[in-house]
Design a protein around this ligand. Structure first.
Ligand code: GLC
Ligand code: CA
Length: 546
């Protein structure tokens, strides 16, 4: 099996699994997940067929944004372990064929990062220009903000700093000052930080809000743009000038060159970018511009359209078809249904009746599309959003906008391993409450049950690895099924064809593919059984055949 695909780099051959380290497994009873916890679960991930792990930030952080505010880019926060434990993790993952990628937050640091402490210390400090400082409109001590930019986590994007009487820019919390990426020294320093991890054997990076790095040189006001949203003024602007500036591509290209130096013959380093569009807007075209076209940029970029879609064959088809349509033929797609910022797909798309069946449809979709599937921890057991009481909120977004926005803690609840107390996540008090359903929904129970969602994920992952047409074949949709809410497509590679039919409805439906075949994997049929050309699909049936 492995031999025929050795040409493909690791990040094309299997899913990449995102771990939110605080919530994965706690091994010392402090209620916070740690590196040792991840290490102990490597066998679990290997058994599932995971080929890469994206680790949400592990660096020292004062936690104003739970690790996305970093005070030292080349160390591990003691809460998670040490660089020594990290090195061990890299090695042990590698022996299991699993590569690690780090979350790299380039746009901003913590306000407690030594660079910012220096920068704010005086106007003529050599690091002053590493961040973005501005006078108010009426001179040094003038009132009024430098422009209309708003912060994602509430309020203006500018904070007045009394000692030196200027504003600094922060597109997130005021404890996350934005770096000045127009300054070559910043670029050099950050590339050195990335190199640090590459030297330790890390195989790539997930680049946080990569499209935010460079800001308009003239700091023009963003145009207003009305939309229905929770009361966040940030969303009432079109983010024309505080992100997506053309100079960003130059920087991405420079990062890519660094990666290529570490890539070896098998292209085994990888960059995946979080390209954040205006809130709620489908912008696959924007994400696509960050993938290497012409000159080399990112290997992969997230298109968040799947985050804003609904669970119907027509919508899923439209999102996917658009995504493939905007990618250049040589670009490799990836797909993501859930992450640490969004409501989990299991709740967002699968709520209500038949929710377990819906989760299977999404899983089948994810693993039979073109490109790399990204999984978010717990997705494989169908973990749903937690219900977090106001007093337990940790996320700055939730604290600011509750109850209009519940915050992001709901998708960060502890991994559900067992039916023991705290779901086997910790012996102590978990940093966020464990979901209520952990006694029924946990890894241990699903490992024992061959008909569980966990087994369905494993089977899909294996199938994708075994069938060249699924791994890197072309795709063609059968649009005739869409009005019946059936998503059907054929994957083709070198004369071999794999057919996929997903009934995205709770009713019996005809198979729009007027062909029969041998079943490879199905929610309703035995493997190696047959499916007839005129078969009717059971409610929520997923069948892959050839
Ligand atoms: C990204 C991260 C999010 C974080 C923000 C600021 O969107 O995914 O968790 O809060 O960037 O770093
Ligand atoms: Ca711990």
């Amino acid at each position: 099996m492995a031999a025929q695909h050795t040409k493909l780099p690791w990040w094309k051959t299997g899913p990449i699994y995102q771990i939110y380290p605080r919530s994965f497994l706690d091994t010392n009873g402090d209620g916070l997940g740690d590196l040792e916890g991840i290490r102990r679960k490597l066998d679990y991930l290997q058994d599932m067929g995971v080929r890469g792990i994206w680790l949400s930030p592990l660096y020292p952080s004062p936690l104003y944004d739970f690790g996305y505010d970093i005070t030292n880019y080349h160390d591990i926060d003691p809460v998670f372990g040490s660089l020594e434990t990290f090195k061990l993790l890299v090695r042990e993952a590698e022996t299991r064929g699993i590569s690690l990628i780090m979350d790299m937050v380039l746009n901003h640091t913590s306000h407690l990062h030594p660079w910012f402490i220096e920068s704010r210390s005086s106007r003529d400090n050599p690091k002053r220009d590493w961040y973005i400082w501005k006078d108010g409109p009426r001179g040094p001590s003038g009132k009024g903000y430098p422009n209309n930019w708003m912060a994602a986590f509430g309020g203006h994007a500018w904070t007045w700093d009394k000692p030196t009487e200027q504003y600094y820019l922060h597109l997130f919390t005021e404890e996350q000052p934005d770096l000045n990426w127009r300054n070559p020294e910043v670029q050099k320093a950050m590339l050195a930080e990335m190199q640090f991890w590459l030297d330790l054997g890390v195989k790539g990076f997930r680049l946080d809000v990569i499209n935010y790095l460079v800001k308009d040189a003239q700091f023009r006001n963003n145009p207003y743009h009305f939309r229905m949203t929770y009361p966040r003024r940030h969303d009432l602007q079109h983010h024309q000038f505080d992100r997506n500036q053309p100079e960003t591509y130059e920087i991405v290209h420079r990062i890519r060159s660094l990666m290529d130096r570490y890539a070896g013959a098998s292209e085994d380093t990888m960059l995946v970018g979080e390209v954040y569009p205006d809130e709620g807007v489908h912008a696959p075209d924007l994400a696509a511009t960050y993938i290497g076209i012409g000159k080399d940029l990112l290997h992969l970029a997230f298109d968040f359209s799947t985050i804003y879609t609904s669970l119907t064959a027509a919508d899923l088809h439209s999102v996917l078809q658009t995504w493939y349509g905007v990618l250049s033929p040589s670009a490799w797609p990836c797909h993501v249904l859930s992450n640490h910022d969004q409501s989990r797909a299991a709740s967002r798309l699968c709520a209500g009746s038949d929710s377990e069946a819906k989760k299977r449809v999404l899983a089948a979709l994810l693993h039979t599309q073109r490109g790399t599937p990204f999984l978010y921890y717990g997705e494989e057991i169908g973990m749903e959003d937690g219900v977090i009481a106001r007093k337990d909120l940790q996320d700055p977004l939730g604290k600011k906008y509750y109850p209009f926005h519940p915050g992001r803690d709901r998708s960060r609840t502890p991994m559900q391993w067992t039916r023991e107390s705290a779901a086997g996540f910790t012996n102590g008090r978990p940093w966020l409450p464990v979901n209520r359903d952990y006694r029924e929904r946990n890894v241990e129970a699903q490992q024992r049950d061959p008909s569980s969602l966990l087994h369905w994920y494993r089977d899909l992952i294996t199938l994708r690895q075994e069938e060249p047409a699924l791994l890197d074949g072309s795709i063609e949709f059968f649009e005739t099924g869409l009005q019946e809410n059936v998503l059907a497509y054929v994957r083709r590679k070198a004369g071999s064809e794999v057919l996929v039919v997903l009934n995205v409805s709770g009713q019996t439906r005809p198979n729009p593919i007027r062909r029969g075949g041998t079943v490879l994997l199905s929610t309703h049929r035995k493997p190696q059984g047959t499916i007839e050309h005129d078969t009717r699909l059971a409610p929520w049936e997923c069948t892959v055949y050839k």
